[in-house]
Design a protein around this ligand. Structure first.
Ligand code: CAA
Length: 243
């Protein structure tokens, strides 16, 4: 049987690579990357096998991104799964934050969702099946000093998920947010060590997530067992935010 297609943005990132690997068990995965090194791309190919394809796109370029998504749909038909995993941080206390930091993070983490999702969601609705999984953050649910831009984008992302779920339900298309806590990726390594240690102590489980723990949740949400889950925000955060 031909595999269904799953598209993962931010595919070569810490979480994106693990998500791609997990989905590759049951899908042909198309990974969208932007600035990934050759080593990161080689790692992705090794993880995703022969059925994996990497495509480059700058998600802040609306026309280019729409064209890339449309080309994938034309070649393969409606994807079964879209995981919006691409995201950046550019942390600063709000009083010191430059407008460019605000704009860059909101453009990449929130505005780009329009360009990646609209073509795919339309195709899914026409096909009568599919799921859009948006990667949020614990800090979109609870806020974080130094992340007014990132938390605003991630909270907005879940508003997008909830609305998409309401529009997609009648077509058999689901939308779900997965909100990871602090996850062992280069994004975490970039936090100053003393700040990072203090954050770890706030987590009831006293450790950061492994990317595979986020990928396992995404994998379940894309499986038939999750057929009745839509519009939800699934926390995977070691207890950092409960409620
Ligand atoms: N709450 C309130 N105030 C805080 C604070 C907090 N959590 N942390 C620091 N402050 C205060 C400090 O006490 C300090 O106050 P004073 O000037 O009165 O002493 C002031 O804010 C400045 O603090 P810093 O010295 O830390 O400021 P900085 O400019 O050197 O660094 C920062 C700012 C880069 C934002 C740094 O604080 C930082 O890295 N914070 C962590 C941000 C964070 O959690 N990022 C997550 C990245 S990973 C990710 O985003 C993935 C995900 O989804 C979870």
């Amino acid at each position: 049987m031909e595999h269904a297609t799953a598209i993962v943005t931010g595919a070569c990132g810490g979480i994106g690579c693990e998500v791609s690997r997990a989905l590759a068990a049951a899908h042909d995965v198309v990974g969208i990357f932007h600035g990934a090194t050759e080593a990161a791309r080689a790692e992705w190919r090794a993880q995703c096998g022969a059925a994996g394809t990497l495509v480059q796109a700058d998600l802040t370029d609306h026309a280019a991104t729409t064209a890339v998504m449309q080309a994938i749909i034309t070649a393969r038909g409606a994807p079964s799964v879209l995981v919006n995993c691409a995201g950046i941080t550019n942390d600063a206390m709000f009083r010191k934050m430059r407008f460019e930091q605000w704009e860059q993070v909101i453009r990449t983490n929130l505005i780009a969702l329009f360009s990646t999702t609209q073509p795919v969601f339309s195709a899914m609705c026409e096909a009568g099946t599919g799921v859009v999984i948006n990667i949020g953050s614990v800090n979109g649910e609870r806020g974080q000093a130094g992340q007014c831009n990132y938390a605003a984008a991630k909270a907005g992302l879940h508003g997008f998920t909830m609305s998409l779920a309401r529009e997609g339900a009648r077509y058999g298309v689901r939308a779900v947010t997965v909100s990871p806590g602090y996850t062992q990726t280069p994004m975490i390594d970039a936090i100053r060590e003393d700040v990072r240690d203090a954050i770890r102590l706030q987590i009831p489980m006293q450790r950061f997530a492994d990317p595979s723990e986020i990928a396992a949740t995404v994998s379940f949400l894309s499986s038939p067992g999750a057929a009745y889950i839509t519009g939800a925000d699934i926390p995977v955060n070691g207890g950092l935010h409960i409620g």
